[in-house]
Design a binder for this molecule. Structure first.
Ligand SMILES: [Zn+2]
Length: 99
């Protein structure tokens, strides 16, 4: 397992998400529209922001595990998480069995 590769992937993804969130905040700063369609679009943007925030939190937790030296081990059963799974889901805290 090459933790550096996963760390780079996580940091890059985090930067991407933070970039997205800045754009979303810019849109939310626009004066509130009286038009119904515009308001429902704003709600979609807010929902997207929340899911981005959840992903950022998972990434931060994964980066903290890299620093603590527990990255790549299941937070539930302690088994090593497979490289195939980490490549697909680098921020996952659980092995395939516990997820
Ligand atoms: Zn497990």
């Amino acid at each position: 397992m090459d933790i550096d590769t996963y760390e780079q992937t996580l940091i890059a993804r985090r930067a991407e998400l933070v970039g997205d969130m800045v754009e979303i905040e810019d849109q939310l700063d626009d004066p509130p529209s009286k038009d119904w369609d515009d308001r429902s679009t704003e709600r979609q943007v807010e929902a997207l922001g929340n899911s981005d925030l959840a992903e950022i939190k998972r990434i931060d937790a994964a980066l903290a595990r890299i620093k603590a030296g527990t990255y790549g081990y299941c937070q539930k059963c302690g088994e090593q998480i497979s490289d195939a799974r980490l490549t697909l889901l680098p921020d996952t805290p659980f092995c395939k069995t516990c997820a």
